[in-house]
Design a protein around this ligand. Structure first.
Ligand SMILES: Cc1cc2nc3c(=O)[nH]c(=O)nc-3n(C[C@H](O)[C@H](O)[C@H](O)COP(=O)(O)OP(=O)(O)OC[C@H]3O[C@@H](n4cnc5c(N)ncnc54)[C@H](O)[C@@H]3O)c2cc1C
Length: 428
């Protein structure tokens, strides 16, 4: 056994990894985090909205210190065809209430802050190093191989994000495939603070979250998003990979067309793109969650498929944070008992099962199937824009409301509307 053995080695300095490192180091465990990016957050992409409830449990006033962008108090959802849109707009100061508020974040800044919190408690974070393999003896994970060196630990936490190669090597994670994965592209577009406040109706540090359904994903499962940062907006789209053969546009072309849509163009006019990124999103929900505990090993965050796309919002960050916390607590317990076997670490799974993480994944289990329906992203947005167009077109021809609305409902199909409405009610 190596003299340099750590209590815990964490692969990946994303949210799951950094939260775990912070809590483990705080509890006095010798913790090493290995991150392949040049700095924590350098490789990480998110749309932008962090639901704060899980991080507020660990850092109650985190938003006063952490580099959060704006507190989201405006919610918008637009249903779009190629040139028009119908928008639902909800705004409430209550959205900023502690316990349920959310913030726009930029991961390159945010993850660095989180890593600094872990370092301040004594965790060692080594960036710029890729973990290539795991050391496994008699079925127990005993450490990692990185940069040609072997490093040992009582427990290895895989917080290496979606498509965890190490989880796949262990046979615990089946890996991403086109059916359980979306691809996301995102631009950060610089605008002045004042432009953002004026365009999105925000005051001071208030922010807006805006989802776009329909044409951004070329009528297939997916959608566009916009989050307001302090002096930029994060604009992007997510596309369900298994439908790639059903569309004629490439994903970069979808992004270009989205930016040029008459609803979106004025929102970003005069802005300068300062960052472009692309990343895979786990979208399989509950059915994608693998075995998360083995002898000497735990899997957290996106690596364990802990992400929820429920149409009106994507959530992975609050789940990653909660799973990082649960993993740390299980490791601390195992350390006290001196048992790092699968049984000794089993409280990780029990904690997650009893938390919102697995409860929400279970609750929305049917959503991926429900959303995988092109009518949601094609016929229905077109139906909504069509109804609005005809309602507000005054050309001297008289028609009762019924005659205006009915043709659009007929075109979408009454049976489809009933069937999809019923499916939606059971899935959501
Ligand atoms: C386009 C898009 C939009 C999204 N929108 C939202 C949103 O608005 N709200 C929300 O809550 N969630 C959103 N998500 C999901 C969310 O971003 C993820 O769920 C979250 O980032 C998962 O955190 P994590 O710590 O598990 O993984 P990650 O943040 O991916 O961190 C994994 C880390 O491991 C490192 N790593 C991987 N392999 C190795 C290796 N072999 N050696 C060393 N280091 C390694 C990586 O470099 C990375 O730093 C979105 C995702 C995408 C892609």
């Amino acid at each position: 056994m190596s003299e340099d053995k750590f209590d815990v080695i964490i692969v990946g300095a994303g949210l799951a990894g950094c939260i775990s490192a912070y809590l483990l180091a705080k509890a006095g465990l010798e913790t090493l985090v290995i991150e392949r990016g040049n700095f924590p957050g350098s490789k990480n992409v998110t749309g932008g909205r962090l639901y704060a409830h899980s991080i507020e449990k660990i850092f109650p006033n985190f938003a006063e210190e952490a580099p959060v962008e704006r507190c989201i108090v405006h919610e918008k959802v637009s249903f779009m065809d190629g040139s028009s849109s119908v928008t639902l707009d909800y705004a409430s100061p209550e959205a900023a209430d502690p316990g349920s508020r959310s913030y726009a974040v930029l991961r390159s800044k945010f993850d660095q802050w989180l890593a600094e919190q872990a370092e301040s408690e004594g965790a060692s974070i080594v960036p710029g190093v890729h973990v290539d393999d795991l050391i496994v003896r008699d079925g127990k994970v005993c450490g990692v191989i990185a940069g040609g060196e072997e490093m040992e630990a009582d427990v290895v936490l895989l917080a290496d994000g979606v498509n965890s190669m190490l989880g796949q090597k262990l046979g615990m994670v089946t890996g991403v495939n086109a059916h359980n994965t979306g691809v996301g592209v995102k631009e950060v577009i610089e605008l002045s603070r004042q432009q953002i406040n004026d365009r999105f109706g925000c005051m001071d540090n208030e922010g807006a979250a805006w989802l776009f359904v329909g044409s951004p994903s070329d009528g297939q499962m997916g959608g566009g998003f916009l989050y307001t940062n302090e002096d930029s907006v994060s604009l992007g789209l997510v596309f369900g990979l298994h439908n790639i053969d059903k569309v004629s546009k490439s994903i970069p072309q979808m992004m270009e067309d989205f930016k040029n849509h008459p609803t979106v163009k004025p929102l970003i006019a005069g802005g300068k793109t300062v960052e472009y990124s692309a990343h895979v999103v786990p979208e399989g929900g509950y059915d994608m969650v693998p075995k998360m505990v083995g002898d000497g090993v735990l899997i957290a965050g996106d690596a364990a498929g802990l992400c929820l796309n429920i149409g009106f919002t994507i959530r992975g960050m609050d789940l990653a944070i909660a799973s990082g916390e649960a993993a740390a607590n299980a490791i601390i317990k195992a350390k006290e008992a001196g048992d790092f076997s699968e049984a000794g670490l089993a409280s990780y799974k029990t904690t997650l099962d009893n938390s919102f993480v697995m409860k929400d994944l279970q609750l929305y289990k049917k959503v991926p199937g429900f959303l995988d329906n092109p009518r949601m992203f094609n016929q229905y947005p077109t139906m909504m824009t069509g109804i609005m167009k005809d309602l507000y077109t005054m050309n001297g021809t008289s028609a009762p409301l019924r005659k205006i609305v009915m043709p659009h409902l007929k075109q979408a199909g009454f049976m489809n509307l009933i069937k999809d409405g019923f499916k939606g009610a059971t899935a959501l």
